[in-house]
Design a protein around this ligand. Structure first.
Ligand SMILES: Cc1cc2nc3c(=O)[nH]c(=O)nc-3n(C[C@H](O)[C@H](O)[C@H](O)COP(=O)(O)O)c2cc1C
Length: 379
């Protein structure tokens, strides 16, 4: 077995001195995390992703987290209709960057664990220890139908994922030839070389929102991404969520870091930021795409009362698609991020309507304020 605690600390970036790690979320998907029709919405082209990764790497951003999405949500823009596959995307970005961690996102039921284990090892060698793994158990029926794979009942998805992770970890850690005889996976004479870079392993994360998803994360992962609104409304709410997750991890003799996600619209004045948020996220929302996303969760005007539906839809567009909206001046955005850090959240994956247009301003104005607040160190 690997001597995990010591060696994981040696992995670059995710164990650096920044109390609050900052990453970019969803850049491999068309429109990123903004279901908007504005013409400047994110293309997710390879050239744009590459330029973004280089820019983020130079500015000292800590990670890039893609979304494994196989099918668009429809609407006028077919939100997420064009996506770059995340593991191959990560490999390209790792080869072009020096310090940031890049995640690949795998749907456990769609990738054989031995293939995934080897893909991530290969990427990890290319990135010299900077590859991360986001494990997704699946929720989107339409996507699974497209593969001809039947989704298991909700909690059972995590039982399967447990075996999947056990196999991946054994492939990364064991020096012998091994058999695996689980309820779902049956492997004979499995063997996997080389091992991940530097005698350690890729950082593992999960973002399940259910209790069973959280338990899976605390048992298996290094990072747990929470996206629930309730936990992010206040410093106390955040702190309580972090304490709850860490306590659950401790009950398994483990430690885990809590991360979250959000959308940034940062402008020199509050009015400019508010106006652009209203323009891009509300007035030009791609309502067809938002309806498609909600329908995937069986929320339609037919399944719930229409009034309630339209309220939910408005809330979803304004707060949920991109995550908590950080809208305001550099001072305000930095203050809100510092508050998240104070609550014990270890990091955040941010998205922007157009990453390349907006990340330079964020890095120039918000990062120094976070350094000043003691939340990040100078790059
Ligand atoms: C930060 C973050 C990243 C996620 N990435 C993906 C993804 O790439 N693909 C996907 O199908 N689901 C993704 N999800 C969805 C979760 O993995 C999970 O399926 C969802 O939160 C439902 O949770 P549950 O399985 O516990 O019910 C993501 C969620 C969050 C908050």
């Amino acid at each position: 077995m690997l001597a995990r605690p010591g060696s994981m600390q040696a992995r670059t970036t995710m164990y650096n001195d920044n109390a609050l790690k900052i990453g970019l979320f969803g850049a491999n998907c068309s429109s990123g995390r903004s279901a908007t029709k504005v013409p400047e919405r994110w293309s997710a082209s390879w050239d744009d992703c590459l330029a973004l990764a280089k820019l983020g790497d130079e500015a000292g951003l800590d990670f890039m987290l893609p979304i494994a999405r196989w099918k668009g949500y429809g609407g006028e823009t077919d939100f997420h209709g064009a996506t770059l596959e995340t593991v191959t995307w990560a490999v390209g970005l790792l080869a072009a960057t020096k310090q940031m961690t890049v995640f690949g996102t795998v749907h456990a039921p769609l990738f054989h664990p031995l293939i995934a284990a080897k893909e991530f090892v290969t990427a990890d060698h290319i990135g010299r220890g900077r590859m991360g793994m986001n494990i997704v158990c699946g929720w989107n029926e339409g996507e699974f139908d497209m593969f001809g794979v039947k989704q298991r009942e909700h909690d059972e998805r995590y039982s399967y994922a447990q075996e999947w992770v056990d196999v991946v970890k054994q492939a990364w850690e064991r020096d012998d030839t091994f058999d695996f005889d689980g309820a779902y996976l049956h492997l004979k004479g499995a063997r996997a070389f080389p091992k991940p870079f530097g005698g350690t392993r890729p950082l593992m994360m999960n973002a399940g929102s259910s209790g069973v998803g959280q338990s899976f994360a605390v048992r298996n992962c290094d990072a747990f991404f929470v996206a629930t609104q309730g936990s992010r409304k206040s410093l106390a709410g955040n702190a309580a969520k972090v304490a709850e997750v860490k306590a659950e991890a401790r009950s398994h003799g483990r430690d885990i870091e809590v991360f979250t996600v959000g959308q940034v619209i940062c402008r020199p004045t509050q009015q400019e930021a508010d106006d652009y948020y209203q323009h891009a996220i509300i007035d030009n929302a791609d309502w067809g795409a938002i309806d498609g996303m909600l329908a995937n969760k069986s929320i339609t005007p037919q399944t719930i009362p229409p009034d309630e539906y339209y309220k939910k839809r408005a809330y979803f567009a304004s707060h949920a698609v991109g995550g908590y909206p950080f809208v305001g001046t550099p001072d305000k955005v930095a203050e809100e991020l510092a508050s998240i850090s104070e609550a014990g959240v270890r990091g955040i994956g941010l998205s922007f309507v157009n990453f390349l247009d907006e990340v330079p301003y964020f890095c120039a104005e918000v990062l120094p304020r976070l350094e000043h607040a003691g939340v990040r160190t100078k790059n």
